[in-house]
Design a protein around this ligand. Structure first.
Ligand code: KIV
Length: 281
C-alpha cells in the first residue's frame, strides 16, 4: 500500500521506525519497493553519486526532474520526496513555490525537501500552503558546504545546539511534516525528536530519530566517494559488481561467452543454405 503523509505520521505516533534511502533510477526503486522501504529521497546527492561532482551545488532542476521521474515509476508503494537543488528556492518565496510545483507536477513525486531552518520558513509555509508536503533538512546542510568549510557535525556547543533546536521548531511551525537531521549529536537529535510532532529522519544523528536515511551507494558499498562514519555497509555490492564486470570481460576475451545456451540456435539457417551462401559470395 502506498505510504502517505498520514500513514508516516501514524508510524511516528506508534513508535514504528521509518526507513528512507536515496534513489536515482527506476531499477533501484523497484528493488527498494520489493524490499519494503517506506520513503525514497531523490537527493541532490545525485550530483556526487551519479554525476561525479565534489558537491551537490551544480545540480539543476532539469536533472532532478529526469532522475525523479524514473524513480517514481518504480516506487509503487513508496512515498517519494524530491530534493530542491541549490538556488531553486533561496532566491524568493515565489521561486520556491514555482520550482516545488514543477518537481511534483513533472515527476509525480509526493513531497519536496529543502535545506535550512529559520532562513527558509517563508518558503516552507508557501509551498505547504500550495498543497505540497515539505520535508525540511537541518544540521549539516550540504548546500551550505562553503559556509561550513566542509561536511562537518553541526549543533556542537550550547549556542549551536539551541540554534538547531530552534530551527526544528521553525520548520515545524512553517508546516514541515518531516525533517532530516544531518550530523547532529545524539542527545540533541533525541531531544528534537521528542519535542516535535513532525517526523525526524536521522543521518549521522543516532538511532533516537524517528527514522533513518542513507545514500544508497554508501550503504551498499559502491560509493566512489570516501564514506562518512555513519555509512554502515549493509552489503558489498560494489565488489560484486566489479567481480561481475571482470568475469564478463574475461569470458568475452576468451570466447567462452556467449555459450550455446545464450544463442538462438533453433532459428539459425540450415548448413546447406549457409554453404550455398558461402559459395555464392
Ligand atoms: O541529497 C541527499 O541525499 C540528502 C541526504 C543525504 C539526506 O540530502
Amino acid at each position: 500500500m502506498k505510504r502517505t503523509v498520514s500513514t508516516l505520521l501514524d508510524m511516528k505516533k506508534n513508535g514504528e521506525k521509518i526507513t528512507q534511502l536515496t534513489c536515482y533510477d527506476y531499477s533501484t526503486a523497484l528493488l527498494m519497493n520489493e524490499a519494503g522501504i517506506d520513503t525514497i529521497l531523490v537527493g541532490d546527492s545525485l550530483g556526487m553519486t551519479m554525476q561525479g561532482y565534489d558537491t551537490t551545488l551544480p545540480v539543476t532542476m532539469e536533472e532532478m526532474i529526469t532522475y525523479g521521474r524514473s524513480v517514481v515509476r518504480g516506487a509503487k508503494d513508496i512515498f517519494v520526496i524530491m530534493d530542491m537543488p541549490f538556488m531553486s528556492y533561496q532566491v524568493s518565496v515565489a521561486q520556491a513555490v514555482e520550482n516545488a510545483g514543477r518537481l511534483i507536477k513533472e515527476t509525480g513525486a509526493n513531497a519536496v525537501k529543502l535545506e535550512g531552518g529559520a532562513a527558509v520558513k517563508e518558503q516552507i509555509k508557501a509551498i505547504v500552503d500550495s498543497g505540497i508536503p515539505v520535508c525540511a533538512h537541518i544540521g549539516m546542510t550540504p548546500q551550505s558546504v562553503n559556509v561550513f568549510g566542509g561536511f562537518k557535525v553541526q549543533g556542537k556547543g550550547e549556542a549551536n545546539a539551541e540554534r538547531v533546536l530552534q530551527d526544528a521548531f521553525d520548520v515545524q511551525e512553517a508546516g514541515a511534516f518531516m525533517c532530516v537531521l544531518e550530523c547532529v549529536p545524539p542527545k540533541l537529535a533525541e531531544l528534537i525528536s521528542k519535542k516535535v510532532d513532525m517526523i525526524t529522519i536521522g543521518i549521522g544523528a543516532s538511532n533516537k530519530c524517528d527514522g533513518q536515511v542513507l545514500v544508497w551507494q554508501d550503504m551498499a558499498g559502491i560509493s566512489a566517494n570516501v564514506s562518512p562514519k555513519f555509512a554502515k555497509h549493509f552489503g558489498e555490492i560494489g565488489q560484486a559488481m566489479k567481480d561481475a564486470f571482470a568475469t564478463y570481460s574475461n569470458e568475452v576475451k576468451n570466447a567462452t561467452f556467449p555459450a550455446v545456451e545464450h544463442t538462438y540456435t533453433k532459428s539459425d539457417c540450415s548448413d546447406d543454405f549457409l554453404k550455398s551462401l558461402d559459395e555464392k559470395y
